[in-house]
Design a protein around this ligand. Structure first.
Ligand SMILES: Nc1ncnc2c1ncn2[C@@H]1O[C@H](COP(=O)(O)OP(=O)(O)O)[C@@H](O)[C@H]1O
Ligand SMILES: [Mg+2]
Length: 313
């Protein structure tokens, strides 16, 4: 017997969704294999939530196809939903019920047998450090714990495909790490994970990324391949008035772009060593103070901003 050709868990072609005159998702194509984590990154309004809702078959697309585990999601949304678990941006926990009661509720909803449910819940709760809180009401949990409980409830029926919409928005770093540890474990179980995120450190944890803007996927590749697209090097200028510093350096020779990032300006240059002197001199000449300028390794964030600005021009 020969191996069956491996079929992606999720396969999307030409996917388009409009709301009135607005095209929220425009001719999207991508695939996600079993055991892969595929991330959609992009600013607010880029279309990430719409993609998740289309994949979860909670609304139909205007055009294109979605095949999940070999099932046509547009024609058979009900069948697809049995393979998919969808954790929306705001997961609907019952605040008056305890952690255990919430899990029991979702297990019943999915028709999970008691024994299977107890073993799985115990494992997921232990992995997320939630075991001591099983009797606490969901309304009394921290934001991070609520998200972890949401994930536990989403995973109680062992889906083939897990859809997560900004799962760690507003979550503390420790809970975030727990959360990702669970996701890596699921990857090992062959679950295909599609995650939308606006955190770029989270994006770097994905196997592949789709960079979205205004409904279009502008780039799709591994984080390291995307980083290699980064033209030039990055100088970070720490300055009390970063906006003024950006305006001074943006038009200098050898500068490909300058982006505000918190209290500093990240400047894309063709060569850090070559351009440092001229940048310092220009800031001094313009009377714009700065604390320090250092070369930093590009992050997905730098890449993202530089690629998106490039395409916008
Ligand atoms: N139900 C809806 N009705 C009208 N417009 C919508 C609806 N859902 C999303 N949109 C619009 O589609 C675009 C993409 O939104 P969304 O998918 O929520 O993006 P993201 O999750 O990346 O922030 C936005 O312009 C948004 O206003
Ligand atoms: Mg969204």
């Amino acid at each position: 017997m020969t191996d069956a050709p491996s079929r992606p868990a999720v396969e999307v072609r030409g996917l388009t969704k409009r709301f009135g005159a607005r095209t929220a998702v425009d001719s999207l194509g991508f695939a996600c294999a079993a055991g892969e984590v595929f991330g959609f990154v992009g600013p607010d309004g880029a279309g990430k939530t719409t993609i998740m809702r289309l994949l979860a078959a909670v609304m139909p697309p205007d055009a294109g196809s979605i095949v999940i585990e070999g099932v046509d999601a547009v024609r058979e949304p009900e069948r697809v939903r049995s393979h998919v678990s969808y954790m929306p941006q705001r997961f609907g926990l019952y605040e008056d019920l305890t952690v255990d009661e919430n899990i029991a509720f979702f297990a019943e909803l999915f028709g999970i047998r008691r024994n299977d449910r107890d073993a799985r819940a115990a494992r997921l709760l232990a992995a997320s450090g939630m075991t001591p809180f099983r009797k606490r009401r969901a309304g009394q949990l921290s934001g991070g714990m609520k998200q972890k409980l949401g994930l536990t409830c989403s995973l109680i029926h062992t889906p083939k495909v897990l859809l997560l919409d900004e799962p760690t928005a507003g979550v503390d770093p420790v809970s975030r790490r727990d959360f990702w540890r669970i996701l890596y474990g699921l990857r090992g179980e062959g679950v295909a994970i599609v995650v939308a995120t606006s955190y770029l450190d989270e994006a770097e944890r994905c196997g592949r990324l789709g960079l979205m803007r205004e409904g279009r996927m502008l780039y799709c590749d591994t984080p390291s391949a995307l980083k290699a697209l980064m033209p030039g090097e990055i100088l970070a200028i720490a300055a009390p008035a970063p906006r003024a510093a950006r305006d001074v350096v943006a038009s200098l020779e050898g500068v490909g772009g300058a982006i505000l990032m918190g209290d500093s300006v990240h400047v894309v240059v063709d060569g850090a060593a070559r351009r440092l002197g001229a940048i310092e001199a220009a800031l001094a000449a313009a009377n714009v103070p700065f604390d320090e300028i250092e070369r930093i390794a590009p992050s997905i964030e730098d890449l993202f901003v530089s690629l998106l600005t490039e395409k916008a021009e």
